[in-house]
Design a protein around this ligand. Structure first.
Ligand SMILES: C[S@@+](CC[C@H](N)C(=O)[O-])C[C@H]1O[C@@H](n2cnc3c(N)ncnc32)[C@H](O)[C@@H]1O
Length: 302
């Protein structure tokens, strides 16, 4: 059987309505091991019909045309082979904004939205002490952190770096789309190595690669096959890049400024030990994600 209506089950005669396509595809994706089969089906069908997911709910009885069904069938085939939905449709929602993604970028994860909340809180807490904050986003990927912060902190100026030229192109495109290009620079750099200005940032954020070499081999096939390894793997310990980001704070984070890094809960203790040993922070705290896992390390410079 297939989801386009060219199947031979007992319900052959029933039209392939939006609802029926969604039901069939949800079952198909579930059988393929998707964690969110219904959501995947809705995003793909909405994309094929050039409508929003909400509009599908009022169109359950309608029968998509041939072009829509052909486009949907191809997307379902790709999803069935493990390709992430975001890469099939070419975008991902993050903090209620839509971001273009590609095979060169990590697909933004919902956990990273905690970093945005924490960063906005930290900048707001600085208040008039730092009314035009300079923010660095290290390992920007699709630019989600840099651009979301630029949108929500209109007085800020952003420097976002990545080692991947291809990822930076996507990030620049996203910055244009969201109207923040004039306040954000996207630079190819190993962390801040080629960035000389400003000398001191008010906030340094990073969702760096933090997966260990061993953990990588255990990751879901769809992550390993479709997302860049350089975006995920840090080294044998998982803390290698976090350690370098923390060390950068010695010379590049202003007194009273904040550094916020995302990490996996498995390396939270090691990351905290590295931050303590640096002896440059007045305050260190973990921020937990919705599952209660320690997801961010937030550090205020002395
Ligand atoms: C986990 S991804 C995060 C992407 C994006 N910030 C997000 O949250 O979706 C890490 C990013 O860091 C970049 N990266 C890895 N090593 C780097 C380095 N030494 N300097 C700058 N960027 C690096 C990768 O290319 C990748 O885009």
């Amino acid at each position: 059987m297939n989801q386009t209506g060219n199947h031979n089950s007992e319900s052959d005669d029933a039209p392939w309505t939006v609802l029926r396509l969604l039901q069939w595809t949800t079952d198909f994706f579930r059988s393929k091991g998707s964690d969110s089969p219904r959501l995947d089906a809705e995003i793909l069908l909405a994309h094929a019909r050039s409508c929003s997911r909400v509009e599908l709910y009022t169109a359950y009885a309608s029968v998509p045309g041939d072009d829509e069904r052909v486009a949907f069938r191809e997307m379902v085939r790709r999803r069935g082979s493990g390709m992430p939905v975001a890469q099939i449709v070419g975008y991902r929602e993050f903090y209620s904004l839509s971001f273009r993604v590609s095979e060169a970028t990590l697909i933004p994860r919902p956990e990273t939205e905690h970093l945005i909340v924490e960063a906005i809180d930290c900048v707001n807490a600085m208040g008039s002490f730092e009314s035009n904050p300079w923010i660095a986003d290290l390992g920007t990927g699709s630019g989600v952190i840099a651009i979301t912060l630029a949108k929500h902190l209109p007085q800020s100026k952003i420097v976002a770096t990545d080692i991947s030229v291809d990822a930076l192109q996507i990030a620049k495109w996203n910055a244009e789309k969201h109207g923040v290009s004039e306040r954000s620079d996207f630079v190819q750099s190993d962390l801040l190595s080629v960035v000389t200005q400003p000398q001191h940032f008010s906030l340094i954020c990073s969702n760096p690669p933090y997966i260990t070499v061993d953990e990588y081999s255990e990751l879901d096939r769809s992550v390993r096959d479709f997302e860049p390894k350089t975006a995920l793997v840090s080294g044998p310990k998982g803390t290698e890049i976090i350690e370098r980001v923390i060390e950068l704070c010695r010379d590049r984070l202003m007194s009273g400024g904040w550094c916020i890094v995302e990490m996996s809960p498995m390396i939270a203790d090691s990351a905290m030990a590295i931050a303590e040993e640096a002896e440059i922070f007045a305050e260190l705290k973990f921020v937990k994600d919705l599952a209660g896992h320690r997801r961010l390390l937030s550090m205020r410079r002395r």
